[in-house]
Design a protein around this ligand. Structure first.
Ligand code: PHB
Length: 396
């Protein structure tokens, strides 16, 4: 059990004790009054568990680099494992907001779970920082002044995918993904960019999240014989998908493309099955900039593993929070000033510098990458300074 988890448990045990005796509460409240309460709602079990860990690692690294405090105040951490399970999301987010009284909720990975956080954030007004989940509504129809995303919208990477596929001469494609918001919205971006470039999508294949029984769908792809396949999968299942694709005899015959999450954090596990897979994403391991090299080195030293896009997004979430807290000298209740600082932040990210759109989502470059020897190698910038349109957002 991590020390922060223990801290949370022992603190709530203390609170229950205090409440039942009617003693101690004021002293406890006072003792903790000057710490910033940071709530993490991330997956630590389930299909996206490694993504949650990478986000937390990156986040802590940025905060440590910023001196380990927020606007001069010490931090008290609270953690919930959201299991990437949407039905539990509102209850989990409410625990952090109502029971733990966090000043900021940082989460999560899964778009369906994010919708639960969004509901709680909109109702409570608590600051919500999204370090991954790309669900469009969070910075679109359900946008809110207290919600900021440091990652992407689900359609951002795939809006850059269609043109390079057509340029490579692939005129007919099959799309395959999990049937939930992230897959659906990644498809929407792909459909827009690929059909605009002149391509035809001959079939859209789906399976429920987090199912990994790909066999029947791969057989169908073999029968359909498209020029290329494009997909959205993430986490350990993405490694399995690439391995099954190769084992089904499709690798080398039908080129595989994807929203870049397909090849993030899984290149060891996927091995040669990932070689040659082409993707688009707002990050690449091999971005040869001083900022990225310094980030990768520090992360590898600290965590004895290579950072991926999730670690980078966690890191940027930490950078944003450090900047915002500094602007209000640690008073996260100074809302107008805090939001202004977050809205105007320029994040010096390992991905390249980025800014917030009006709807609170990164305006960022999308890279074209290819897997070579367990590395996401940059081929170029597929789309420069891509802003999600933030359709339907009315900030009130
Ligand atoms: C999402 O559910 O929004 C999601 C999950 C994992 C990813 C990207 C998006 O890698």
């Amino acid at each position: 059990m991590s020390s922060s988890r223990r801290l949370v448990l022992s603190r709530s045990a203390a609170l229950i004790g205090a409440a039942s005796t009617g003693l101690l509460l004021p002293r406890l409240a006072l003792a903790q009054g000057n710490k910033v309460r940071v709530g993490l709602m991330l997956p630590y079990t389930g299909a996206y568990a490694p993504l949650g860990v990478a986000i937390e690692n990156g986040l802590r690294m940025a905060i440590d680099e910023g001196g380990g405090k927020l606007g001069g105040r010490e931090i008290e951490w609270y953690k919930v494992d959201d299991e990437s399970d949407p039905p539990k999301a509102v209850e989990n987010a409410s625990k952090l907001v109502q029971r733990d009284k966090v000043d900021v909720i940082i989460g999560t990975v899964h778009s369906g779970v994010q919708m639960g956080i969004q509901k709680v954030a909109r109702e409570s007004g608590v600051l919500s920082l999204i370090p991954n989940a790309g669900v469009l509504a969070a910075t679109g129809a359900l946008c809110a002044p207290n919600v900021f995303r440091t990652s992407f919208t689900n359609s951002q990477p795939t809006l850059a995918l269609g043109a390079p596929m057509m340029k490579a001469g692939h005129k007919k494609a099959v799309w395959i993904t999990w049937k939930y918001a992230a897959g659906d919205e990644a498809f929407a971006g792909f459909k827009e960019s690929y059909t605009k470039a002149g391509g035809t999508i001959i079939k859209e294949l789906t399976l429920p999240f987090p199912n990994v029984e790909f066999q029947a769908l791969l057989t169908e792809i073999g029968t359909l014989k498209p020029d290329a396949v494009a997909c959205f999968f993430a986490g350990p299942a993405a490694a399995k998908f690439m391995k099954d694709y190769a084992a089904a005899g499709l690798k080398g015959k039908i080129p595989l493309y994807g929203s870049g999450f397909l090849t993030e954090g899984v290149l060891e596990a996927a091995g040669p099955a990932a070689d040659g897979v082409i993707t688009t994403l707002h990050y690449a391991d091999s971005l040869n900039t001083p900022r990225n090299n310094e980030f990768r080195l520090a992360y590898a030293k600290t965590f004895k593993s290579q950072p991926d896009v999730y670690a980078m997004q966690g890191y940027d979430t930490g950078q944003l929070l450090v900047q915002g807290a500094k602007a209000v000298k640690g008073d996260l209740n100074a809302k107008p000033a805090l939001y202004k600082a977050l809205e105007s932040a320029v994040i010096d990210s390992p991905r390249g510098k980025w800014t917030m759109s009006k709807q609170h989502n990164p305006v960022q470059d999308i890279y074209l990458r290819v897997v070579e020897n367990k590395d996401n190698k940059v081929l170029g910038v597929a789309v420069k300074a891509l802003a999600d349109p933030g359709t339907g957002c009315k900030m009130v």
